[in-house]
Design a protein around this ligand. Structure first.
Ligand code: ADP
Ligand code: MG
Length: 188
């Protein structure tokens, strides 16, 4: 088997804070690991503490954050791991950067209304943003553009975690036949 055949899939989860990216990626990762796949999870929150700790939340710094993460994902995918990436990626320009570096990614829009994300507020960040402590928080003081061409949408307001994970698994299975990197975006 050549190195190209060994390349792992990349799944990029995009959505508001509190939409469910981290929850879905860890549940999906567990299932894939049980199937003896190697999995790497690149979570924006985690990477911002290390690789991207010098970056803030301006549009340009968010773009640089995405660029770095995409390149790391590319290297990991080359080792054969399935790479699950969870970042807000608020603007279309950010998703375009990610797509240019990882053309074969499965882009999943993890979708929930802002009001629900704010009600969930799993990390208390919306409360802080409303109090003015996080001025560039996506959805409050900074914009979120809905992805224009996601490969898949997980509506986490109406679909439970298990359905969201199953949907992504099905997409990955259906796409197994197509050749990564030079493959067409057969899921669109
Ligand atoms: N279908 C679903 N998929 C993912 N998370 C869900 C879903 N339904 C409810 N939730 C809840 O929403 C919250 C999402 O939080 P989190 O995964 O940290 O979001 P994000 O990583 O996008 O900021 C969790 O508390 C999770 O239990
Ligand atoms: Mg998260």
């Amino acid at each position: 088997m050549g190195a190209k055949d060994m390349r792992g899939r990349t799944v990029w989860l995009v959505g508001l804070s509190g939409s469910g990216k981290t929850t879905i990626s860890s549940a999906l990762g567990e299932i894939l690991e049980k199937r003896n796949q190697r999995v790497s999870i690149l979570d924006g929150d985690v990477l911002r503490k290390g690789l991207c700790s010098n970056l803030g939340f301006s549009e340009a710094e968010r773009a640089e954050n995405i660029r770095r993460i995409a390149h790391v994902a590319d290297l990991l995918a080359d080792t054969g791991a399935t790479v699950l990436i969870a970042t807000i990626s608020p603007l279309q320009v950010h998703r375009d950067i990610a797509r240019a570096i990882l053309p074969d990614q499965l882009q999943v829009f993890v979708k929930a209304p802002l009001s629900l994300c704010e009600a969930r507020d799993p990390k208390g960040l919306y409360r802080k943003a409303r109090a003015g402590d996080l001025p560039e928080f996506t959805g409050i003081g900074a914009p979120f553009e809905e992805p224009i061409d996601p490969d898949l949408i997980c509506n986490t307001d109406t679909e439970n975690l298990q359905s969201c994970v199953q949907k992504i698994l099905l997409c990955l299975e259906e796409d197994m036949g197509s050749s990564p990197k030079n493959g067409s975006r057969s899921l669109r």
